[in-house]
Design a protein around this ligand. Structure first.
Ligand SMILES: Cc1cc2nc3c(=O)[nH]c(=O)nc-3n(C[C@H](O)[C@H](O)[C@H](O)COP(=O)(O)OP(=O)(O)OC[C@H]3O[C@@H](n4cnc5c(N)ncnc54)[C@H](O)[C@@H]3O)c2cc1C
Ligand code: SF4
Ligand code: SF4
Ligand code: SF4
Length: 359
């Protein structure tokens, strides 16, 4: 009797559509768009969902789109990224050192979201040949306050991209641009935890887009509780409240969503008021601190104007220490500030519990 043959179906864009996009798990990271060899995946507007990846062309069944997506299996592990599993006490992932830190340069503090650590670190790397480009999130020239990936090569360009935008930028499209269009080899990527996961898949997955992953020299993760749909938050909600041209800064602090115009707080509302505009994917997300980044940075845990910094890889520790020694960043151990790690752990646990309830 002949054995029954198992047909293994390739995991292609259709699989991504069924398992991720139609289930409202797509976080808009841009990885699928960036790796598709024939370039047939594009972001197209979908009512109420901003843009979503769409197929238009002949698929070569390569499976790249599926395997770089942060929402598909197999997931990269601590072992892949850091060479060891996290210990029982490392609840928020591998952490070698934790600080409360701040930029020393006024031109960075003026434009930064919190302590300006992300911008300072990249500035140090670009100026000292440790990076030849950085993929960050700047703003679209066509649509007001809409983030889009930017590849920057100088501190001058970098400064224009500082500050938090609470809607999604398809960061991974910036990575492929840095590699394909600009032929860069030492690229820093700044991203939300889901975007960092896509970077790690490109580096470590058995079907990883190494062409791009291998060019990432440092992955800087941002703490992230949620992000919002641009159309709903900015165009529908905020444009009714304020002239969008006047906005200078967004922040989320102590349960409040705050919008500033110069010195004035023009919107200061409970986060609950904007909850309806949170992206679908964020309800499923378990990662608050970018557990697979080389270095993770957020505001929670540190006093206003300072950043909480979790250093995870040896490479990040070396670069951070150098930037401190070179006078780009000042820092103190996180356990010397209030509220410190306790509040980071609290939010991380909250996010994991929230995702369990979503299913
Ligand atoms: C969607 C989102 C949600 C966040 N939620 C939290 C939170 O709940 N708690 C918390 O403590 N911190 C949160 N953060 C992180 C926080 O807002 C700051 O980005 C972080 O503290 C770094 O501050 P900084 O002053 O060092 O950064 P800066 O020096 O100002 O640099 C910020 C960097 O982030 C990049 N960036 C901005 N917006 C985006 C984006 N949408 N996607 C990818 N990159 C972007 C910029 O290009 C820049 O490189 C969130 C960030 C984002 C993007
Ligand atoms: S060609 Fe490859 S990356 Fe592009 S849609 Fe098909 S399977 Fe996905
Ligand atoms: S999460 Fe990223 S890789 Fe996955 S479908 Fe959305 S854009 Fe593509
Ligand atoms: S909450 Fe998760 S899915 Fe949503 S933007 Fe942040 S890291 Fe991505």
């Amino acid at each position: 009797m002949s054995e029954a043959k198992t047909v293994v179906k390739p995991k292609i864009f259709g699989t991504l559509l069924t398992e991720v996009i139609r289930k409202d798990r797509c976080s808009g990271c841009g990885a699928c768009v960036s790796v598709c060899p024939p370039g047939i995946i594009t972001m197209k507007p979908v009512a109420g969902k901003d843009e979503q990846p769409t197929l238009s062309g002949k698929c070569i069944l390569c499976e790249y789109c599926y395997y770089q997506c942060p929402w598909t299996e197999p997931q990269p592990s601590d072992m892949d990224v850091f060479g060891r599993p996290r210990s029982e006490t490392e609840e928020i992932g591998v952490v070698l050192a934790s600080y409360s830190a701040k930029a020393t340069k006024d031109e960075i503090l003026k434009v930064a979201s919190d302590g300006g650590v992300v911008t300072s670190l990249i500035a140090y790397m670009l100026q000292n040949g440790l990076a030849d480009a950085a993929v960050v999130s700047g703003l679209s020239e066509k649509e007001i306050w809409k983030p889009e990936p930017k590849v920057v090569f100088s501190v001058e360009e970098l400064l224009k991209t500082a500050g938090t935008k609470y809607t999604v930028s398809p960061t991974l499209v910036g990575l492929s641009s840095a590699v394909d269009e600009y032929a860069k080899n030492k690229v820093v990527v700044v991203g939300t935890p889901c975007q960092i996961r896509a970077v790690r898949k490109m580096q470590f997955s058995r079907h990883g887009a190494y062409k791009y992953g291998s060019k990432v020299t440092l992955a800087i993760g941002l703490f992230c509780m949620e992000s919002f749909y641009y159309d709903r938050l900015i165009k529908e909600y905020l444009s009714q409240k304020i002239d969008l041209n006047k906005i200078s800064k967004f922040s989320i602090r102590k349960g409040k969503f705050i919008v500033e115009a110069g010195e004035a707080k023009v919107v200061d509302v409970a986060l609950d008021e904007v909850k309806a505009y949170v992206r679908g994917s964020c309800h499923f997300c378990t990662d608050f601190t970018a557990e697979l980044a080389d270095i993770s940075v957020g505001s929670v845990g540190s006093p206003d104007g300072w950043s909480t910094v979790l250093i995870r890889s040896v490479k990040a520790k070396d670069i951070f220490d150098e930037a401190v020694n070179a006078g780009f960043i000042e820092c103190k151990p996180l356990d010397q500030v209030k509220p410190g790690l306790t509040s980071v752990l609290k939010l991380s646990r909250f996010k994991k519990e929230r995702a369990k309830k979503t299913g």
